[in-house]
Design a protein around this ligand. Structure first.
Ligand SMILES: Nc1nc2c(c(=O)[nH]1)N[C@H]1C(S)=C(S)[C@@H](COP(=O)(O)OP(=O)(O)OC[C@H]3O[C@@H](n4cnc5c(=O)[nH]c(N)nc54)[C@H](O)[C@@H]3O)O[C@H]1N2
Ligand SMILES: Nc1nc2c(c(=O)[nH]1)N[C@H]1C(S)=C(S)[C@@H](COP(=O)(O)OP(=O)(O)OC[C@H]3O[C@@H](n4cnc5c(=O)[nH]c(N)nc54)[C@H](O)[C@@H]3O)O[C@H]1N2
Ligand code: SF4
Ligand SMILES: [Mo]
Length: 856
């Protein structure tokens, strides 16, 4: 794509328009350049560099188009971003990049961006209520927000304030936690549980890693992917897609996915599983590997006499087995695994038993250089905790955990992610307010949300809407939200529209008016994260972690502000003016420049100060202990990236942060966590399991076991299953107003350009009398959407695959047919019923969605 010329022309035109707007010229320009003083005035407006040869400069920053958080460089000429590429200082991805990076240019220069703060003038809220936003100044906007917060303080009801966070950088602690605490609310709510929280359940409860993983693709011999599509989605797409060709040469790649993903299309084998049944496959692979004696003995352990006693359906005497770095293999076998034969799984998951046996045998032969990827698709489901455990168990069984060619956790990166303690800046009102139950009901009997083993430590984002609708535990009167669009991105959009209509006063910090903004009282225009904001991000892949900066590189286009730094700064100032000065004092007494020990002199200095504060341990004298030794902040600013040392394989073996310090096939860690949750509610563990809609009781609850997916709706009325997917061009929910998104939509296998496509198997097409291009309606138990059908062999019969991302009705002129009125395409979340994997608090986006197709 040649942006330079295209954008160069635009730049020239913009300058001319600017000149004409000032009244310097009224008519067109002709040849007499040097002689005409007016023309000279225009020339002064022209860029000072030659746009054709390109004499601008590259500036480091970070893309947050997806959770890869690639380090970037932006080419800037005359204050305008022209081109984006990977930052060669990153040891993860070097200059490599995914194609989505370019869409960021269309985002920052989106003509539909929110350009000034706005206030709602229509007091009625609803999908069909035009908010009638009117421009106001930042001063007035912040004054109004501060008034609403002060009113809560006067009533001693500060818990009715909530801060909602979507995408964020590691500079978020002030706005997200500290301000919320000082205001006096327990309600800082992150989007994590609509993102990928269930993924973390297997790794945490089996090897103590609450986090994502990196995959040592350069040394692997076998990749088994449950839904992950790393050349299109997942994390570190830039790195993995640049390496994938070599990976396919050196390793066997098997992709398990109900649809033929981009990665499945390139893989050696595609397993088109029925959605919701991945754990059956994973468990049967484990079963067969044990029967055949193929587990990795140096990691797992072995029978003391070396004789394999695993026979299908038969219990084994645990005393005959000696553990190595893993714990509880025999318990797992006796409690559950012994019955999960390949034939059983083939039946449950709609597969071929020979395929299952073959995978197990090949993995055994490739062990320990094997890696199992687990994507949202497999685990963001009702009962997804157990799928996450079943899939991750294979990493342990074949010795891939922390091993060359296997999977690693992220490397250590010392950062000041948590800002200084703010408890001295919380007065009696704040302390009392913060003690209330959180609005998402986390920690209740039926919502354990057990992040890192602690009941109620995780978030239940999607439950915020239900709680507000039920006014249980209370109502939300003042809401501040940023970089999120839950009225579009969370399941069952209708319940969000209803809930947001009930919030007394809501302010949204956003680059664009979105579906969430539609319900706002106040719109606060945000800087674009990649070109106009200071931030800090982390990523891992290729054996290293990097920390990279977001740094403003272009002239700020409109009257916008940075969400995580300038907005709380302005708010604290306003609250101080109104007599509540604790947040303002906190900012000036605690958030100090690590070099000078001084606070920011003004708002302009503040955003950089925060980034400097967060990264201080990296560029300080001890940074070299963990990775690159930098000479100081200026070097980090100039490079934009710090890299950790390489991961040392086996670093955690027998030092796992689990109860036994081993890799737990029988999770003592989960046993303890569930036990504590049960005790808190004065019930036994089986009552917790019952309340949380799982089906494995007693000790079975602590081992990977098969639990059939809950399905929503009657199979006769809704005979098909929805398979949601990300588009290769999705920048999460934010690509929708970029024309390139539609133009190149057919990069998604099976999709049609300029359409929102539901893909069905030709067998189903024939049954339903549908052909490619027909307009259809997808109907579920909670809603319906309209889109276009495409017949495609890449989806298993009985399922419908459709990209998430379209169906915006309020995101700009390209995103909707008519802004505020009519959507372009259909939003999958309108037909996804609100359900949870309750142990993690994660929302279910897969496995439970029964639908039918109607012709339009
Ligand atoms: N059906 C379905 N639903 C999904 C997913 C899926 O695959 N399928 N994916 C899920 C996942 S993994 C996630 S993480 C969530 C994400 O969901 P959210 O956290 O809600 O994020 P987005 O939908 O990307 O919306 C971000 C919003 O922030 C605003 N914005 C855009 N750019 C900027 C910026 O630079 N700065 C600021 N301050 N604001 C900006 C815009 O209003 C935009 O709508 O969605 C989830 N929802
Ligand atoms: N292109 C692109 N990449 C992204 C993002 C983006 O918006 N666009 N967002 C980023 C974010 S926020 C996140 S959290 C990560 C998430 O990355 P992943 O965790 O990899 O998740 P998704 O891509 O959402 O996973 C959906 C996949 O699961 C498949 N699937 C659906 N149902 C099932 C099932 O029952 N079993 C199996 N095995 N597969 C199933 C779908 O076909 C699809 O391929 O991606 C990041 N990368
Ligand atoms: S969209 Fe994701 S993979 Fe692509 S450049 Fe941005 S962060 Fe990296
Ligand atoms: Mo996500």
């Amino acid at each position: 794509m040649n942006n330079t010329n295209k954008q160069g022309v635009d730049t020239r035109r913009r300058s001319l328009l600017k000149a004409s707007a000032t009244g310097a010229i009224a008519t067109g320009v002709t040849g007499t350049f040097a002689l005409n003083p007016m023309i000279d005035a225009i020339a002064a407006e022209l860029p000072s560099v030659d746009l054709r040869t390109g004499t601008g400069s590259w500036h480091p920053t970070t893309c947050q188009g997806c959770t890869s958080w690639c380090a970037k460089q932006v080419y800037v000429m005359d204050g305008r971003a022209i081109k984006v590429r990977g930052n060669h200082h990153s040891k993860i991805h070097d200059t490599a990049s995914c194609p989505r990076q370019h869409l960021n240019l269309q985002q920052v220069y989106d003509p539909d961006r929110l350009k000034t703060p706005m206030i709602r003038t229509n007091p009625n809220k609803g999908h069909d209520q035009d908010p009638q936003f009117q421009p106001i100044s930042w001063d007035k906007a912040m004054d109004l927000l501060a008034d609403k917060i002060m009113a809560l303080r006067e009533k001693n009801e500060t818990h009715k304030y909530a801060l909602l966070r979507g995408r964020y950088s590691l500079c978020n602690d002030l706005l997200y936690s500290k301000m919320t605490a000082m205001i006096g609310s327990p309600n800082n709510i992150s989007h994590s549980s609509i993102c990928a929280e269930a993924h973390k359940m297997g790794p945490y409860y089996m090897d103590g890693n609450w986090g994502y993983m990196q995959y040592d693709v350069k040394n692997t011999k076998y990749i088994l992917s449950f839904g992950a599509d790393p050349i299109a989605s997942n994390r570190q797409v830039s790195f993995y897609s640049s390496e994938w060709g070599n990976t396919l040469d050196r390793a066997k790649v098997v992709v398990v996915d109900p649809r033929l993903s981009a990665s499945a299309a390139k893989a050696h084998k595609w397993i088109p599983i029925e959605t919701g049944t991945d754990s059956a496959l994973a468990l049967a692979i484990a079963h067969h590997a044990l029967v055949k004696g193929l587990w990795h003995k140096p990691f797992v352990g072995d029978f003391s006499d070396g004789k394999n006693r695993f026979v299908a359906g038969k219990e084994v005497d645990p005393s005959t087995f000696t553990d190595a770095h893993a714990y509880g293999l025999v318990k797992w076998w006796n409690l559950a695994l012994k019955d999960y034969t390949p034939e059983w799984a083939a039946d449950v998951a709609g597969l071929n038993a020979n395929d299952i046996r073959q995978i197990a045998e090949e993995m055994g032969a490739a062990a320990p250089a094997v890696q199992v990827w687990t994507a949202r698709g497999a685990v963001m489901q009702t009962r997804g905790t157990y799928t996450s455990m079943a899939c991750h168990a294979l990493n342990g069984l074949f010795g891939g955990v922390d091993n060359e060619g296997g999977v690693f956790p992220y490397n250590k990166t010392p950062l000041n992610k948590n800002f200084p303690d703010a408890s001295d800046y919380m007065d009696a009102i704040a302390k009392k307010g913060k003690k209330h139950e959180k609005i998402d009901q986390r920690g209740r009997l039926e919502l354990p949300a057990m992040k890192k083993g602690k009941s109620g430590k995780g978030v239940v984002t999607a439950n915020v809407a239900s709680s507000i609708n039920a006014a249980d535990p209370y109502e939300i009167e003042v809401m501040l939200a940023y970089f999120n669009n839950f009225a579009f991105s969370a399941p069952d959009t209708k319940q969000w529209e209803q809930a947001l209509s009930k919030v007394g006063f809501m302010a949204h910090i956003t680059t664009n008016i979105s579906e969430f903004s539609w319900f706002a009282d106040l719109l606060l225009p945000a800087n674009h994260h990649m070109f106009e904001k200071w931030g800090v991000l982390n990523a891992a892949g290729n054996g290293v972690s990097h920390i990279s900066l977001q740094k403003p590189s272009i002239e700020r286009l409109y009257d916008t502000r940075q969400d995580e730094s300038e907005v709380p700064y302005l708010l604290a100032q306003k609250l101080a003016e109104k007599g509540f000065d604790l947040p303002w004092r906190y900012i000036n007494e605690q958030l100090l420049d690590p070099e000078t020990g001084k606070p920011a002199a003004n708002i302009d200095e503040f955003p950089e100060l925060l980034a400097k504060y967060v990264t201080a341990p990296l560029w300080g004298k001890d940074g070299g202990k963990y990775g690159d030794q930098l000479s100081g902040w200026d070097e980090l600013k100039q490079k934009g990236v710090w890299n950790s040392h390489e991961y040392k394989p086996k670093a955690r073996w027998s030092k796992f942060k689990t109860e036994t310090h081993k890799f737990e096939f029988y999770s003592k860690t989960l046993e303890k966590a569930l036990g504590k949750h049960a005790k808190k509610h004065h019930v036994d563990v089986n009552e917790v399991i019952e309340a949380c809609e799982y089906t494995g009781y007693d000790q079975v609850a602590f081992v990977p076991n098969y639990q059939a997916p809950v399905r929503d709706g009657d199979a006769k009325a809704f005979p098909l299953l929805l398979v949601d997917q990300k588009s290769r061009l999705n920048l999460e929910g934010r690509s929708a107003n970029s024309p390139w998104y539609y133009e190149f939509k057919d990069v998604d296998p099976g999709d049609l350009a300029d359409e929102d496509t539901a893909k069905i198997n030709p067998i189903d097409g024939e049954k339903l009398g549908l052909k490619t291009g027909d307009k259809i309606r997808l109907v579920s138990t909670v809603g319906s959407i309209e889109c276009t059908v495409a017949l495609w062999e890449g989806i298993r019969p009985g399922s419908v695959a459709k990209c998430y991302g379209q169906g915006h009705w309020a995101y700009g002129r390209a995103a909707s047919k008519e802004f505020g009125k009519q959507a372009r395409g259909g939003n999958n979340n309108t037909i996804i019923p609100n359900r949870f994997d309750r142990f993690s608090g994660a929302s279910a986006f897969y496995g439970h969605i029964r639908i039918r197709i109607e012709k339009v």
